[in-house]
Write a protein that binds this ligand. Structure first.
Ligand SMILES: *Cc1c(COP(=O)(O)O)cnc(C)c1O
Length: 373
């Protein structure tokens, strides 16, 4: 018998979430963002659920190759562009679109021998200060690109630092709109949080409603059913469904007396007699070690909490009030539980001081994954 731990990738949930992105921005074309191996879901496993998108956006040339190998002939965008000049050959061969965010990439293009002009997106650093040309040098970068025979269409792209938070996107939208005002080309600005929060849905002000910058939107985390702005809103609020389940079973139970402690470092002490279960899941499976006692978990679909430190291969759960639970009981770490129960990955992430993104991406290689509807 293998260990009972398993992850599920839910095809119908992915398709539902893609449809949610479409409904939020009906006039835009949609990139499903599949970087980091489809946020830990696996590109090949997520493909069926995501193929209703108009394109795929990712970072890695090897991942782009995998998308093409699946038979995808539509647009594929490299979100960080190429990393060295010879990548441009593969770009041509795989017919990829690529972001141009720095002067070096323009020089590589200028020196590249190509028969077919390449489709690029010129990135503006409109305030995040990670990638892109600053507003004052953006137009000259555009002019340089536009003069290159190696370049065909030039799209215009930027990324928001605070689409999920209080500062918002208005300052960046204003900069981007002013600098690109009379430039031709398709625009792309919105990530998941901007798709959900800034188009006048969900009771929030619609900074992007009517904005001429939504030829393409980039749906990452929302495609996988996590709320980009948790805990202000949860996935249920946005009508998103978890695309990943991590579940396992209890492999032991222990009866504790008052004063008994649980696990390494004895971080949890029983105050009264209580029963706990030992689940076959630990940090080597990708469950966050920083999730302290009290992290939510489902046992046979009932809400309970973890107790003590997470160890490499096991964690302990409180079975108080769950007298029927025992060895073999199903433990849902996140995602879909028995019946219609759901435990949001965002709640688990919050208890561990992180975000749903990180937990999905960290699902360990040793966990078997099954694709289900
Ligand atoms: C990752 C990424 C996205 C997707 O962001 P989400 O918050 O997951 O929707 C969009 N655009 C760029 C440039 C990215 O790197």
């Amino acid at each position: 018998m293998p260990r009972p731990i398993e992850a599920l990738v839910h095809t119908a949930a992915l398709a539902h979430n893609v449809a949610r992105a479409r409904a939020a921005v009906p006039d835009a074309r949609l990139w499903a963002v599949v970087k980091a191996n489809a946020y830990g879901h696996g590109i090949e496993r997520a493909y069926e659920g995501l193929r209703g998108a108009d394109g795929f956006a990712l970072l890695d040339l090897a991942e782009a190759e995998r998308i093409r190998a699946l038979g995808w002939r539509g647009p594929v965008l490299l979100l960080e562009g190429v990393f060295e000049p010879r990548d441009l050959e593969l770009v041509s061969r795989l017919d990829l679109w690529h972001t141009v965010h720095c002067i070096e990439q323009i020089e590589w293009l200028a020196a590249h021998k190509t028969s077919a002009p390449q489709h690029v997106f010129l990135k503006m650093n409109s305030g995040m200060n990670r990638l892109g040309f600053r507003p004052e040098s953006y137009r000259s970068a555009w002019a340089r690109l536009n003069a290159l025979p190696q370049v065909g269409e030039i799209g215009l792209i930027t990324h928001f630092s605070d689409a999920d938070g209080a500062r918002g996107i208005e300052h960046q939208v204003r900069t981007f709109a002013a600098v690109t005002r009379d430039l031709p080309g398709e625009r792309s600005v919105a990530n998941s949080a901007a798709i959900l929060r800034h188009h006048g849905t969900g009771g929030l002000p619609g900074v992007l409603r009517g904005f001429q910058g939504n030829d393409w939107v980039r749906a990452g985390i929302m495609s996988y059913g996590s709320a980009a702005d948790h805990p202000e809103h949860d996935a249920e609020h946005w009508n998103l469904r978890p695309a990943m389940t991590l579940h396992t079973r209890l492999i032991a139970t222990q009866q504790l007396e008052p004063g008994d402690t649980v696990g390494y470092g004895s971080s949890f002490t029983a105050e009264r007699p209580m029963r706990i279960g030992i689940a076959a899941c630990g940090y080597a499976d990708g469950y966050p070690r920083h999730a302290g006692s009290g992290t939510p978990v489902l046992v046979d679909g009932e809400h309970t909490r973890t107790v003590g430190r997470v160890s490499m291969d096991m964690l302990a759960v409180d079975l108080s009030g769950l007298p029927q639970a025992g060895v073999g009981s199903e433990v849902t770490l996140w995602g879909h539980g028995p019946g219609d129960t759901i435990l949001s990955i965002d709640e688990v992430a919050r208890a561990a001081g992180t975000i749903g993104y990180e937990l999905m991406c960290a699902l360990a290689l040793r966990v078997p994954v099954r694709v289900v509807d």
